[in-house]
Each structure stands twice: as structure tokens, then as C-alpha cells.
Design a protein around this ligand. Structure first.
Ligand SMILES: Cc1cc2nc3c(=O)[nH]c(=O)nc-3n(C[C@H](O)[C@H](O)[C@H](O)COP(=O)(O)OP(=O)(O)OC[C@H]3O[C@@H](n4cnc5c(N)ncnc54)[C@H](O)[C@@H]3O)c2cc1C
Length: 366
């Protein structure tokens, strides 16, 4: 079968790879370079527990994808002969107040009751581990099974896979319209041509609303990276003031992130960077002397209930996978799996019902 995917971020490229393995002839249409939008901007945390997700179907979805990651990475690394920086480093969530301490301890209990790992580390133990820690830190929750991947290496590997396995990447090409005839998808229009295929998948991230009747909007995040050494920090630290992500090679520490509903407003702001650098200072104060490597920003694709929209659009042979908001890197493996199962085998995962576009339909008059 011939498929077109609109949007070459982590979601589009992961689905392309899965369908390519099943023998589909895939073309990815990408406005710029593949993977240079949200997927490049992300921190790469695989952190359903540190994100504090409540028990329920979305947490199950995230945990299942986290469980898939090790094998997903090993296979992709073998296919591309690359190391993509997967590191099951565990994530430490510091409490900056008594309320946060109470909330984190309750969270540990809830997760432990579900059979998930998590434990409390007191301030004394943290002091023994780091040169100095923020004066307000009471202690921290440790979630040992949360992990990280270097999302830029992941994108590079997915692109390498695509180029070496015959997936067509139409970069610097804008998909301007999805053509529907008699209630059925027929083709995609770009500036220069009309491309026909058996099906089309919209994975245009925060820009997906252009193609479907579903409100998808950007939530902007600002980030920075600084130099770091192995003795500075041993694992991801994810608090309410900032998160700090040392890469596996200890050559870079990512600091994030702001969350703002300002539409598409490009650029880093003084306020945004002050926010994350103050978060760094309040967490591990000695790191403020380190050199800044880079600053950047990105747009998380969000829906009104902040859950993804995955599956059929209601138009025959037109599918969607977007709205992954803060967890698109984490959710790439499972999204690719359930989308390829749906398209190739017509198998409907139970998650598709939860994340169906239909839940927004009454707002948008079909
Ligand atoms: C600051 C920040 C930190 C984050 N941290 C994490 C994290 O730690 N862990 C995690 O799991 N997730 C994280 N996320 C979320 C994650 O990055 C996103 O959920 C994920 O990258 C979304 O992937 P995507 O492929 O849907 O979108 P994108 O990566 O945005 O890709 C969509 C692509 O569609 C293209 N496109 C748009 N319109 C068109 C068109 N008309 N024609 C052709 N192409 C088009 C765009 O150019 C873009 O390349 C973070 C996001 C941000 C911004």
C-alpha cells in the first residue's frame, strides 16, 4: 500500500518506519528539515512517573511505551549503527516546600501500590551526593524506572533509517491541502503537485489543525543547554522549578522548560530564560558558573484535554496522530505500533477509542 505522512517529526518518522517494515511505500512530506520542530526541541525524558500522571488509561499508555523503549532503541541502533543516548538513569523529583514533599510522598505511595518503583530520598542523602543543593529542597522522590533518550540522536537515527530503506522524504515541501472526494481521502496537494496515495496520516504536530476539524494548538517551551562534567550531576532532576537533564556522555546538560500559551511566537525571551536559569540556581546552585552552549524554544502540540488524538479522522483512509503535548518522545514507539496495526491489519488497539478524534466532535459540528 502507498501512504503519505504529513509532518516529519518523531511521530511521523516513527510511523513511517513501522509501516516501511510492513512493506508499505511511504512518502513523508515535511515543511522544513525532518525532525527540526518539537521533536528537536524536546528534553527526551521518558518520565511518566516524574510527570506525576494520575492512574488511568493515559498513564497505562505512557508506561507501556516506556517499557517498549529499550527494545525500540536497541533495534533502531542495530538498523542504523548509531548510539541514540538511551539511558535508564532514573529521575529525581525534588520537593521545594512541605506541600510538595507531601504530594510527592503520596505519589510514591500510589505508584508503589500499583507495583511501580519509587522511593523518598531525604535532604541529608542528597547533600552527600551533590556539591550543594538548593536551600529550600526538603528531599526528593526517586523514580528509578524513568529514563531518557537523546531526542536529536533519535531523530537522526529515524532519518537515517528512512533514507536507507527507501522511505521518500520530501523536505522543504508544504502540504497545503488534503483532497477528499465523496467522503474519502484521495490525495495531498503541495505547491508543485498533487500526490495520490491509498491513505494519508496527519502528523503535523502543533500545525495539524490546518488539516482536520480538531483544535490542536502550540504550547511554547523555552530551553537551554550548558556545559557539564560527570561530577556535577548523576541523573535527571525534575522539579517544579526546572528540569535538568545530563546527557549520557556528560557533555551537555539540558535545562527546561517554560510552558506558555502564546501561540506561535518564535524566539527565546529574557523572562523565559530567567525562569529556567533561576530554576537551575534553586536546584543545584553551583551549576550557574557553567558555560551556556545553546538556547532554543519549541511548540508542544496540544489538544483541549491535553491528550493525544490518534486513529481515524472519520474520513475514509485519512488518519491522524498528534497532540502528544509533553510526552511525544516517550509515546513515539507505542503510537507507531498502534497506527501501523490500524492501517496494515485493521486492528484497533483499545487505546484508539480513548484517544479518538470523536471526543471533540460535538464542539466542532462534525
Ligand atoms: C520544550 C519542549 C520540551 C519537551 N520535552 C519532552 C520530553 O522531555 N519528553 C517527551 O516525551 N516529550 C517532550 N516534549 C514533547 C515532544 O517534543 C512532542 O510531543 C513531540 O516532539 C511531537 O512530535 P510531532 O512529530 O507530533 O511534532 P513535531 O516534531 O513538531 O513535527 C511536526 C512536523 O510537521 C511539520 N509540518 C507542519 N505543517 C506542515 C505542512 N503543512 N506540510 C508539511 N509539514 C508540516 C513541521 O515542520 C514539523 O517538522 C517536549 C516539547 C517541547 C517543545
Amino acid at each position: 500500500m502507498k501512504g503519505i505522512i504529513i509532518g516529519g517529526g518523531v511521530i511521523g518518522l516513527s510511523i513511517a518506519r513501522e509501516l516501511n517494515k510492513l512493506g508499505h511505500d511511504i512518502t513523508v512530506i515535511e515543511l522544513y528539515r525532518v525532525g527540526r520542530s518539537a521533536s528537536w526541541s524536546a528534553g527526551g525524558m521518558l518520565a511518566p512517573q516524574s510527570e506525576g500522571l494520575e492512574p488511568g488509561i493515559f498513564l497505562d499508555f505512557c508506561l507501556e511505551s516506556r517499557d517498549m523503549y529499550e527494545t525500540y532503541v536497541k533495534t533502531l541502533e542495530r538498523e542504523t549503527d548509531m548510539d541514540i543516548g538511551y539511558w535508564k538513569c532514573g529521575i529525581l523529583c525534588p520537593a521545594f516546600s512541605d506541600e510538595e514533599e507531601k504530594m510527592l510522598k503520596e505519589r510514591i505511595q500510589i505508584y508503589n501500590d500499583m507495583g511501580l518503583t519509587g522511593k523518598w530520598i531525604d535532604r541529608n542523602s542528597l547533600e552527600g551526593r551533590y556539591s550543594s543543593i538548593g536551600k529550600d529542597i526538603k528531599g526528593a522522590a526517586l523514580f528509578p524506572d524513568d529514563a531518557q533518550v537523546d531526542n536529536r540522536l533519535l531523530i537522526t537515527a529515524l532519518e537515517k533509517y528512512a533514507r536507507s530503506r527507501g522511505i521518500k522524504l520530501l523536505e522543504f515541501t508544504e502540504a497545503s491541502e488534503v483532497i477528499v472526494e465523496n467522503g474519502e481521502y484521495s490525495a495531498v496537494r503541495t505547491k508543485n503537485e498533487i500526490l495520490e496515495s491509498d491513505y494519508c496520516i496527519i502528523t503535523a504536530g502543533a500545525w495539524s489543525e490546518h488539516f482536520v476539524k480538531c483544535h490542536v494548538f502550540p504550547i511554547k517551551g523555552e530551553m537551554a543547554a550548558i556545559d557539564v562534567t560527570k561530577k556535577d550531576i548523576d541523573r535527571v532532576i525534575f522539579g517544579s522549578k526546572a528540569y535538568l537533564i545530563p546527557r549520557k556522555d556528560y557533555k551537555r546538560l539540558i535545562i527546561g522548560a517554560t510552558e506558555e500559551m502564546v501561540g506561535f511566537m518564535d524566539g527565546n525571551t529574557v523572562k523565559g530564560l530567567m525562569h529556567i536559569f533561576n530554576g537551575l540556581k534553586d536546584t543545584l546552585p553551583y551549576l550557574v558558573n557553567n558555560t551556556i552552549q545553546e538556547t532554543w524554544f519549541g511548540y508542544r502540540p496540544a489538544t483541549p484535554d491535553l491528550l493525544p488524538v490518534i486513529g481515524s479522522t472519520g474520513i475514509k483512509n485519512l488518519y491522524i496522530a498528534t497532540g502528544h503535548y509533553r510526552n511525544g518522545i516517550l509515546l513515539a514507539p507505542i503510537t507507531a505500533k498502534i497506527m501501523s496495526d490500524l492501517i496494515d491489519r485493521k486492528h484497533e488497539s483499545h487505546y484508539l477509542k480513548e484517544f479518538s478524534i470523536n471526543r471533540f466532535r460535538s464542539d466542532k459540528n462534525g
